[in-house]
Design a protein around this ligand. Structure first.
Ligand code: TXA
Ligand code: MG
Length: 324
């Protein structure tokens, strides 16, 4: 299958492949026509840059013109793994890969299928998450098929993704390292490796929004709301019959009343296990025909940053007084 995947990539086709974070939609990063197929398949705006995946650290200099010692330190600490490093790009990199920016996102994934593909292909594979624009990233081969169907020439099935959330993105192209997207490698863990402080871009999605405000990113199609733990009980007992059924996704040990039309899913209290299951669970629930997905808000500790970020992208925080 790897041989077939490589010949598809060489011919300018699209191959979806597993990484340890989420499935990627891959194309030859040096082939402009292949890159434009990625944007078409995802229905993604062309100014959104792609991450280029590499097999070996020595390939860094082919894509980045400047690799500061701190960036190298991070690469050595976390690659192969769920970390994307933004660096100043080589002039030869296609502008469509970087969305016209002078920087490039690079990552060495550790999933064995991704590694086998990258090694056999030899070059860089540009790959965004293998979902349609604004949808949830796929964490199984079946989810890729659900998202992209026959718009992709081949889907490599590597099972369920181990991490389940997209990589941490760290910008090392400027003076101060900055986390642009939180992931399971935390800002704190990066700061410890660097022995320096790391800035974190506050995601606009994390600002608390007014109930019902419309937003798009990484959201299920079903209306999704987030609710604080101490408000769940009064919220569900206040639901009117016409507001049911709902799916209720919690992780704490709550003793809630059994109510017909409230389908309860209890996630793990372990953050890695929760992250692993989140997108898969949302995708399943999105196909169940419930009126709403109601998610218990997760802890505020840093280890939960990536999960919390994705919850805010999937849904809107409400309180029990303004649930409409
Ligand atoms: O875990 C992941 O990162 C997955 C797997 C497949 O590697 N990929 C992924 O790609 O999530 P995508 O395209 O869905 O998200 C990449 C994010 C986008 O938000 C993009 O704007 C940002 O990375 N990005 C890529 N290159 C960038 C650059 N040069 N400067 C700033 N942001 C960049
Ligand atoms: Mg994506």
């Amino acid at each position: 299958m790897i041989t077939k995947a490589v010949s598809i990539l060489r011919a300018g086709g699209l191959v979806a492949f597993p990484t340890e974070t989420v499935y990627g939609l891959g194309a030859d990063a040096t082939n402009a026509a292949a890159i434009s197929k990625i944007f078409a398949a995802k229905e993604r705006p062309v100014d959104h840059p792609l991450i280029v995946h590499l097999a070996r650290m020595e390939q860094l200099s082919e894509w980045a013109c400047e690799v500061p010692p701190a960036a190298l330190k991070l690469a050595q600490a976390y690659w192969p793994g769920p970390l994307t490093i933004i660096l100043k790009k080589q002039p030869s990199v296609l502008p469509s890969v970087t969305g016209g920016q002078d920087t490039i996102g690079l990552r060495l994934p550790r999933h064995p299928v991704a590694q086998a593909l990258l090694q056999a292909f030899g070059g860089g594979i540009a790959a965004p998450s293998a979902n349609r624009f604004t949808h949830i990233s796929p964490t199984t081969a079946a989810a890729v098929y659900e998202e992209l169907g026959n718009k992709v020439d081949l889907i490599l099935d590597g099972g369920a993704c181990e991490v389940g959330l997209e990589s941490t993105i760290i910008d090392m192209s400027r003076d101060q390292p900055r986390v642009l997207r939180p992931g399971m490698i935390t800002a704190q863990a990066i700061a410890e490796v660097l022995g320096a402080s790391v800035a974190v871009t506050q995601q606009p999605e994390q600002a608390i929004r007014a109930p019902g405000m419309h937003h798009l990113h990484y959201a299920p199609t079903t209306q999704t709301v987030l609710i604080a733990t101490d408000k769940i009980s009064s919220f569900i007992s206040s639901l009117a019959a016409e507001e049911l059924p709902i799916a209720l996704v919690t992780y704490s040990d709550l003793s809630l009343p059994m109510i017909a039309g409230i389908y309860s899913i209890c996630m793990s209290q372990n953050v890695a296990a929760y992250a692993h299951d989140l997108y898969h669970t949302l995708r399943l629930l999105d196909n169940q025909g419930v009126k709403r997905i109601v998610m218990e808000m997760v802890p505020t500790e840093e280890e939960w940053d990536a999960v919390r970020d994705r919850l805010f992208k999937a849904g809107t925080l409400i309180d029990n007084l303004s649930k409409k």
